[in-house]
Write a protein that binds this ligand. Structure first.
Ligand SMILES: O=C(O)C(=O)C[C@]1(C(=O)O)C=C[C@@H](O)C=C1
Length: 369
């Protein structure tokens, strides 16, 4: 889904290191008029008004909090919410932010890390960042950043990514030598670009940024791989549509917030964790058995180098000590942290994992990508 230009409320981009300075929004106070069972001659504060004349309750209703409903516990749809994403206006990440929070204000950020910092520093309320693509695989940088920052995953959103080939007005496909885009987008279109006879690839920070640069520099031999919205925003022609190598090209994004959401069991939830284990035979098998024995389905597993301790020295009675690679395992479970079965599984895992952190428990995106 690509959001139309007119509905895109966006703020100026936040450069790298843009955190700090912002203020936390005060919590929303829920107030509705209620019928009072107290003495009707009292004002809302329980006494007469400034003139000493008793005020009827109907003129100045008493504000009492209404009971919370399950709808209050869910993520807001985005009214007034500031949502950080990486890239320029017209990037797929912005479309994902709009899909996740339809009435939000999008905040473009230069780097993934800037989006994390924007939420931590209260310049934005949420960040929406890509985690994996059906063709290109995982976006490892964001897995690593999840551990370097203390934000919580509060949701996921899947977006159908339909790439276009964009060039300045009058440029023909035959005269193109180079394609410029985000490395993931270039990888998703590799075969099509080769078939079109475009030999060179130029990687930039985001798809819309490529479109912007080509328009600004009036390049005649280079096309951008980007969205149709980017063509509209930067005044480029669409030379070809749907150029991704697989028609079902989907990117999964995570929604991040400073506070976790309250997990529930009345709808399908996913829980994302990260762990590390002792070295030794069967350790990973033991960790996965914790879930298998409780019939908890795993939807994804990713291993990344343990940045703080990338190599583990083992003395295996050899002349020189052996150096093993040391890993962190990111696992997605099809379970809610409100489910005692999942709680028991994690309790069991904690008994032997050398490190365990719950990154978030959030509703599964079951919408059409
Ligand atoms: O460059 C963009 O438009 C992005 O939103 C980034 C990104 C990515 O990081 O994977 C997002 C979706 C597409 O898979 C291609 C690029």
């Amino acid at each position: 889904m690509v959001v139309s230009t007119s509905s895109t409320a966006s703020s100026p981009p936040i450069p790298k290191g843009g955190g700090g300075g912002g203020r936390r929004q005060p919590p929303r106070v829920l107030s509705i008029p209620v019928r009072s069972s107290r003495r009707r001659s009292l004002s809302a504060s329980g006494g007469p008004d400034r003139s000493g004349v008793p005020v009827p309750a109907s003129r100045d209703p008493i504000s009492l909090p209404r009971p919370l409903t399950s709808a209050d516990l869910m993520e807001p749809s985005g009214d007034g919410l500031k949502v950080a994403y990486q890239g320029c206006p017209g990037a797929y990440s912005e479309a994902a932010a709009k899909k996740a929070y339809p009435s939000c204000h999008t905040v473009p950020c230069e780097y993934f890390e800037t989006a994390f910092q924007a939420v931590e520093g209260c310049l934005a309320d949420r960040a929406v960042l890509p985690l994996e693509n059906s063709l290109g695989g995982s976006i490892h940088r964001n897995y690593d950043l999840l551990l370097r920052h203390r934000l919580h995953i509060v949701g996921e959103v899947r977006l159908a990514v339909r790439h276009c080939l964009l060039a300045n007005q009058g440029v023909k496909i035959e005269s193109l030598r180079s394609a410029m885009s985000h490395p993931q987008a270039l990888a998703q279109c590799e075969q099509t670009l080769t078939k079109l006879g475009i030999e060179h690839r130029e990687a930039v920070d985001d798809t819309a940024g490529a479109a912007k640069l080509i328009a600004e520099q009036k390049l005649q031999d280079t096309a951008a791989v980007a969205s149709s919205l980017a063509a509209e925003l930067y005044g480029l022609d669409i030379l070809a549509e749907n150029i991704q190598d697989d028609t079902d090209n989907v990117t999964r994004f995570m929604m991040l917030a400073r506070e976790p959401i309250i997990p529930r069991t009345d709808k399908p939830f996913k829980t994302s964790i990260v762990l590390s284990l002792e070295e030794g035979p069967g350790q990973l098998f033991k960790a996965l058995a914790v879930f298998a024995l409780r019939k908890i389905n795993l939807t994804k597993m990713e291993s990344r180098p343990h940045k703080k301790r990338p190599l583990r020295i083992a003395d295996d009675n050899c002349s020189a000590p052996l150096k093993h690679f040391d890993y962190l395992f990111y696992v997605d479970l099809e379970a809610s942290m409100a489910d005692p079965n999942a709680q028991n599984a994690l309790g069991n895992l904690k008994e032997f994992a050398t490190f365990l952190r719950v990154l978030g428990s959030y509703p599964i995106d079951v919408s059409e990508a």
